[in-house]
Structure formats: C-alpha cells, structure tokens
Design a protein around this ligand. Structure first.
Ligand SMILES: O=C(O)CCC(=O)C(=O)O
Ligand SMILES: [Fe+2]
Length: 514
C-alpha cells in the first residue's frame, strides 16, 4: 500500500470517526453515525483488500492531462496537498449529504456524489427520486454500484436477478479516479469484466513458472512517439500459436512502424490454458450480448458468438513499482473491429486504468449525432475521469468489444508495491488475442509509402465519429492526443504519406473491399 494512500485512508478514517463522535445536529441520528464509523474502518480496510470494499473516489488526476508524457516519463507524482484538499471536500460533502439523506449507507452516499459530479444538491434529489420509485420497499437495498441503485428493477420482485449494466456506461466525473474495488463493480463503469482466481492454482503456478523462465530474455517494448521510438518502461515479448504463424509474422506483421523480431511460440502451459480461456471468454461475450448490448444483439462488426479464439499473445513484465505502460488502445490492424482481449495477471497487484475517449458508436456508417448534445457543450467523454481496476495475482480481465475503439488503458506507475512470494517485485501479464484471417498483412491495404496500413477509428471529428480508417503506419502510432482528422495535413510533417481510406466491414467484422 502506498504512503499517500495510507495517509489518505487514515485521514478519511479520522474524519469519519470525528464525525461519528460529534454532536453535529444536522447529521442524522446515531444509526447513521454507527454506519459512518463502520465505513471509516471499512475504508481503511479497503485499501488492503480490494475484494471487499465499495468504489472509492481518488484525487484529481493532473497526470491525465499530461498524457503525452505518460509513455516517456511515468514517474509523475501526485501533488499531495491537492490530494488531501480534494479528500477533505469529499468528506465534507459526504457529511452534508448524509444529513440530508440519513437513511442511506455511506457507500451509497459516495456513489450518489460520484454520479452527480460532486453536487450535494443533485445527489440528494436523485436519492429522493429513487426512494420514491422504490416506495414499495421499506429500506433501500444494498447495492454493488451506483447504476444498480439507479436501476428501475425492484429488488423485492427479482431478488436473484443481477441489475442491468447501463449502455452506454455512465460517465466518470472529470479529474477523478474511481477505484473499482470489487469485481462486480467493474462492468458498471468500464467495458471490461474482472474474474479473480481464474485458473486452478496448479495451472496458474505452472503458467507463471513458464512465464518467469521467458522474462529474462525479454526486450524493452518500443513505442513510437512523435517520430521517435521511445522505450516503454517495461519489457515484453510476443507469442503466437505455432512456428508457421511465427514465420508469417516475421515476414510482414508491423507494430509501431517496424517488424517485431522477437516472436516466440506458445509455451506448453499456454496451450493447456487456451481451451479453458476460449470457452470462458466466449461465454462471457454471450452473456454480455444478452444482458448489456441494445436489444440483446451483438454489436455490429463483432464476431458471431462462440467464435472468439486465441492466435497470439503479448507477455508483459513490470519489474518494480515504476515500470508501467502509458495510455493507449491496442492496435486493431490484425484484430479487426470490436475485438475482445483476455488478459491474465500474475504476481504483484497493479492498477489497470481506463478512460473513455469517444462514445460507443453503434452504427459506424451513419454520421454521428449525439442524443444529448447541447449547443456549445463540450463532449463529455473527452473530459471524463478515469477508472482504476486493481489486478490481483491469477485474475482475468476481459476487455470487451467497445474497449479499444472508445477507451484507452494504461498500467499506472505505483508509489509502492506489495512483493509477491513467487515473483518478488514483478507483475507478469499475458494478453491473449484473436487475430483474424481476413486481416493478414497481405490482405490489408498498403499506403503510398508501400507498407501495410494501421486500422484506427476517428475519435475527434464529430460527423465521422467512430468510423474506421486505414492509415499510413508512419506517424500514426501511440500518440495520445492523436488528431485523427488531421491525418492529411499533419502526416507529411510527421514523415508519413497521409494515406487514409475509410474502412468498411460486414456485420461480423470481415472487411468489405471496394
Ligand atoms: O499489462 C497489462 O495489463 C496491459 C498490457 C497492455 O495494455 C498491452 O499489452 O497492450
Ligand atoms: Fe494494451
């Protein structure tokens, strides 16, 4: 646990204890105080055990706005003073809201504040509205997330049924980091699901020991940033299913403007894990289709249900607290649109962060028109806060079909880490991927420079929002503030040829060439 977090958790606990012992008349009765006191202890505990705590709001994220530095200088530190001031005002608002809504649990109050961008007044109104709509129930049921609280589903009628995950997801307030501290909270805020203790212990140990044998020969991972290749502060290697695919890869698959030379074949235990993972991920995709996506149908361009399969994997190693990976989305070039990625983590627990950068555009052939856009209003998804998912040993994180197009992710540098008995200071991660036949290098377009294009989506130009395009490899990589619409004028400056054609796909995501 980090020192900052310790201080913040302790501070919060002190506040709650003082609050609970106070005689402040505005702040509910003794029941509320008891709950607050319990919550103070739980909050402190939650920093230790992520599987047993409510979602936690963290400090303002200055580093989010310095995203260009994320890759090259990960050792950014929080301004502690600002962190504490932010915490204090959250505590104050919580106390205020508690006085207005004395029957709600502290967890619920926090979640209400979160949704209402910190406005106590709005949060209180929302709570009143919700309790009116649930007037049949005498008490508000325990929730695992805010969206469940907002859901019209009546607990008394469907006690066993999981509450609906909103589509699109609710925004995370600006400049906030929302710590999703239980796996059940994750899909309510980010297009991902977290599955702890995923592999049987023996299999997990076997895979981990094979990974550890591979790691010493890993190289630095190269990012292309502003026409320079910048090493990400972690090491990685790429694995494919067999020697034939490895040979094919060495011939023509490009990453960040160059061909990978370190291509390995799956280890024996990776081969054992693959059928388990494929079956689990396909079940999860089907579940998501029926419970989350509009009309219970797969999103346009997703593979048909049951067809997700593993062809390749990146294995990443983060040795020590400061090794990290900057904000990025995974390249779609060989994966195709609406890809799903399954990521297993071992060793030291680290924070996987996600932030939305574009809306989920369901029909990418139509000009985009946001439902709720008001005159002059800034697009919400470009200024949203971020979520942090803590990835414990032997956990599986699935990045679902909306994740690469509309979100960016990163592994956040830590202030401190808890060493793992087997890996020491290392975190090992394997991201299993489904490369598609129709996206092999000899099938995709080449730009005017004569190299295979990259597949990306437009994230800035409103009318073309979510449209896919094939663009020049050069000057098109890992630029966090990449201005997709500026391709033709900016690429020449960056050294690329400016090539851009919009990409078309059929319902199942296979390319349509014209
Ligand atoms: O280490 C992780 O969990 C994520 C790695 C990643 O983003 C990637 O391999 O693309
Ligand atoms: Fe990634």
């Amino acid at each position: 646990m980090s020192r900052d977090r310790n201080t913040t958790a302790q501070k919060k606990r002190n506040f709650f204890e003082a609050f609970a012992k106070s005689k402040a008349p505005a702040v509910g009765g003794s029941v509320v105080k008891k709950k607050v006191l319990e919550y103070a202890h739980n909050t402190a505990a939650s920093r230790v055990n992520i599987l047993s705590a409510p979602a936690i709001l963290e400090a303002p994220e200055e580093e989010r706005n310095k995203s260009k530095d994320d890759v090259s200088s990960p050792n950014q530190t929080y301004q502690r003073r600002e962190v504490e001031e932010e915490e204090e005002s959250t505590d104050f608002k919580l106390a205020l809201l508690s006085s207005l809504q004395p029957s709600l649990s502290p967890e619920m109050l926090l979640e209400l504040l979160l949704t209402c961008n910190g406005s106590v007044e709005e949060a209180s109104k929302l709570a009143s509205l919700s309790s009116q709509s649930k007037s049949k129930s005498t008490s508000i049921p325990t929730q695992s997330s805010l969206s469940t609280f907002l859901s019209p589903v009546d607990d008394t009628e469907q006690p066993q049924q999981a509450r609906k995950i909103p589509f699109p997801l609710l925004p995370i307030p600006k400049f906030k980091t929302l710590h999703l501290t239980t796996p059940s909270q994750v899909p309510y805020y980010v297009p991902a699901t977290l599955h702890p203790s995923f592999l049987p212990t023996d299999l997990a140990n076997e895979l981990l020991s094979e990974c550890l044998a591979e790691v010493p020969s890993f190289g630095k991972y190269e990012f292309r940033l502003f026409e320079r290749n910048v090493s990400s502060p972690h090491t990685a290697s790429f694995f494919v299913k067999d020697a034939e695919m490895a040979a094919r890869h060495r011939r023509g698959y490009m990453y960040n403007g160059s061909v990978l030379d370190d291509i390995r074949t799956f280890t024996p235990t990776m081969h054992k894990v693959i059928p388990i993972l494929e079956s689990f991920v396909n079940d999860q995709i089907s579940h998501r289709i029926s419970t989350v996506y509009p009309d219970g149908k797969k999103l346009k361009h997703m593979l048909p249900p049951g067809k997700w399969h593993i062809t390749s994997a990146f294995m990443n190693c983060y040795d020590g607290a400061k090794q990290s990976v900057g904000w990025h989305s995974d390249q779609l070039t060989y994966l195709g649109p609406r890809t799903v990625i399954a990521s297993i983590s071992f060793g030291v627990e680290r924070e996987f962060r996600l932030r939305r950068v574009a809306p989920v555009v369901v029909d990418t052939s139509l000009p985009f028109s946001p439902d709720s856009e008001k005159e002059g209003e800034e697009w919400k998804w470009q200024t949203e806060g971020q979520a942090s998912v803590h990835l414990p040993h032997n956990s599986l994180l699935i990045m679902h079909a909306e994740c690469q197009e509309s979100w960016k992710h990163s592994i956040h540098p830590a202030n401190n880490i808890q060493p793992h008995p087997v890996t020491g200071n290392k975190r090992i991660n394997v991201t299993f991927r489904c490369y598609r036949e129709e996206f092999q290098p000899d099938k995709i377009p080449k730009c005017k420079c004569g190299v295979g294009c990259v597949l990306k989506t437009v994230q800035r130009v409103k009318e073309k929002m979510g449209w896919y395009f094939w663009g020049c490899q050069v000057g098109n990589q890992w630029k966090d503030d990449d201005d997709d619409e500026g391709v033709s004028k900016d690429r020449k400056k960056d050294g690329g040829c400016g090539y851009l054609v919009f990409a078309k796909f059929d319902d199942d995501g296979d390319p349509i060439w014209e």
